[in-house]
Design a binder for this molecule. Sequence first.
Ligand code: MRU
Length: 348
Amino acid sequence: MYPIIVKAIDWVNGRVRWLNTNLLPHQEVYEESDNHEHVARAIEGMEIRGAPAIGVAAALAVAAAVVNASTERVDELRSIALKAIERLSRTRPTAYNLFWALERIKSVVLIQYVDAESFRKAVVEEALKIYREDIETNIRIGEIGEKLINDDDVILTHCNAGALATSAFGTALAVIRVAWYKGKKIRVIATETRPLLQGARLTVWELKKEGIPVTLITDNMVGYVMYKGLVNKVIVGADRILLDGHVINKIGTYTIAIAAKRHGIPFYVAAPTSTIDVKSKLSDVKIEERSVDEVKRVLNKVLITVEDVEALNPAFDITSPDLVTGIVTEKGIVTPPYLENIRKILIS
Ligand code: MRU
């Protein structure tokens, strides 16, 4: 099969293990914890990031909380699990996989159990199922999406929808990986992705590790590289997809989609069906606003503007369905009309 070069999230002896993505590309440091509060802070602080990774880590954190609790009473274990679920659900508001994963764990937590052992076993099994399914799903997305890629394609991607945003393998980068492993001669253009530089720090690191040719650009070069004909496909990930095809993803995605449309470049989104939010309307979606220090400083350190300037820091934007050529899921590629075709793929 395909090599798994990095496991951003893992489960080791009843503890959650994660690669601290804040320290990349300079340091490869793995953290471990059996404490859900520690994992919640790692998600808030972006050590763990990317919608599927957040969901898997949160599910495993609830499992770690019940495995390591000292009580043998089922009601007490249930209360510990529900508190952990509630805390973890408040970490990041936009990534739908977080709520999807915690909902799955919650439905297992609420079943009646004869003893603490069967309770713990059920919660751990569900969390591990979510974790393993994530890797299998990503490989499937790669295999399905690879068919869209041709020899000599230059593919632009934004932020990091790679192994570092999932348990392993990635979504948008899964498509690129499978195409590469199948011998297609492709190149990638990665946008740096201000303010937290996930493209420059993470996407470039991942692709270089596997020898996949990648060129880094700043976010404001997208229009120019498209105008010059240096890109012929765009593939990005998603934090949330609505039934009508609206795609919520890293800030800057919308601008790229508009530029792609202007230049007749296909714009694809690669995401598991667990990113599809069938309940919310656009007006229900909360776009995370992060600290403006992330904008005013480079990587929260060097101040690059006037200290007291007002700034904005929405972490995500919304791309309307008319700009999206297709959505690659583990069940197939969905094309417009989205309302009809997303419904169809979900029940297939
Ligand atoms: O703020 P981040 O780094 O968590 O944002 C990540 C993204 O926007 C990704 O594109 C998205 O989560 C898909 S990851 C497979």
